[in-house]
Design a protein around this ligand. Structure first.
Ligand code: CU
Ligand code: CU
Length: 349
């Protein structure tokens, strides 16, 4: 049985976009034993994508979507979902902010009919976007309900024993185990967290990561805030990705555009966690944004329409849309875009 390789995936997943040049056939892709469960002989994706390919000429219409009910999470909701946890004031007057994160094994779809046997924090990929204010004390209780050992490693400034790596502090948390990570919210900016168990590439690629935002003490100006975690999935475990996305589901925002309002400030918290490929990028059509690398300065470093990020890099984009209409955003790496990493903003008048 022929495996669904990266190149074949390009033919298949890219079909809605790159049109019907190949006939979008998917008669024999996928090895049911290796993750592309939905892509077996005669399975629906081939027919589905084949059917779409014709519609592609008419402009991306009529695509099948991953049913959010199947995954238990919806990229259209994740994009504006910030988890502030619970707070209480300590005797010192300082705010203690707390969350609970649970690691689990979970199968979810990264494209219609394409299942991925992943590992997740709190049932979703990316994990919850944890948000705090500079100077608070943060406490994260971590439970491992997965069949594999995991940790949570936070970016930020903290003592080594809170760093969530093997053999230091609580070290690896085994199945059924738990620990508490506690540290100060600093520096302000856009950070991330991810599992740091080995082999690291596998533990990240399986889905154990999320965004971690520390707001400056004085806050940021009001804006319509979005979180976009650029990720990808190696659906046949060949150390190369077959599906690329923002917030996990390839092409999601192509078919369910991110709706924003004309002239309203938009702030995008953009994180790159992409495994296996050295660099990712973000490009917006017909507009420019101010870019704040790592979000650690209140002065932007650049006014541009394209930025690149290596794995673990992140930054804040601020922009407004002067005209109504639909505007693409995508990786300015055509291959990634055609494998799922593209979407639309829909600007309401
Ligand atoms: Cu892990
Ligand atoms: Cu990291």
């Amino acid at each position: 049985m022929e495996k669904l390789t990266r190149r074949r995936a390009l033919c298949v997943l890219g079909a809605p976009v790159i049109a019907a040049a190949t006939g979008a056939g998917l008669a024999s892709a996928g090895d049911p034993g290796e993750g592309m469960h939905g892509m077996e002989h005669g399975a629906t994706p081939g027919a589905t994508y084949g059917a779409h390919a014709g519609a592609a000429h008419a402009g991306f219409a009529g695509a099948a979507l991953v049913d959010p009910a199947v995954n238990g999470f919806d990229p259209s909701e994740l994009v504006r979902d910030f988890d502030w946890g619970r707070t209480r004031r300590l005797a010192s007057g300082r705010v203690l902010r707390e969350w609970e994160l649970i690691a689990e094994d979970k199968e979810f779809q990264v494209a219609p009919g394409v299942s991925f046997a992943g590992w997740v924090y709190n049932g979703r990929v990316p994990g919850p976007t944890l948000r705090a204010r500079e100077g608070e004390l943060l406490r994260i209780r971590f439970l491992n309900a997965s069949a594999h050992p995991h940790t949570i490693h936070f970016h930020g400034i903290h003592p080594s024993f809170m760093d969530g790596i093997p053999d230091i502090g609580a070290g690896l948390i085994r199945t059924g185990g738990s620990t508490v990570y506690e540290f100060d919210a600093r520096p302000f900016g856009l950070h991330l967290y991810h599992c740091h168990a080995g082999p690291l590439a596998a533990h990240i690629a399986k889905g154990l990561y999320g965004a971690f935002i520390v707001d400056p003490r004085q806050g940021r100006r009001d804006a319509d805030e979005l979180v976009m975690v650029m990720n990808a999935f190696d659906t046949n475990f060949d150390q190369a990705n077959e599906v690329y996305a923002v917030n996990t589901v390839g092409f999601h925002y192509l078919y369910r555009p991110v709706r924003v309002k004309r002239e309203e400030p938009v702030r995008i918290y953009l994180v790159n966690i992409l495994e296996f490929d050295p660099i990712n990028s973000f490009h917006i059509h017909a507009n420019f944004f101010h870019y704040y690398p790592t979000g650690t300065s209140l002065a932007p470093s650049e006014y541009t329409d394209t930025i690149v990020q290596a794995q673990g890099q992140r930054g804040i984009l601020e922009l407004a849309f002067p005209y109504p209409g639909k505007y693409m955003f995508h990786a300015h790496k055509t291959e990634f875009a055609e494998l799922g990493w593209m979407g639309f903003f829909e600007v309401e008048p």
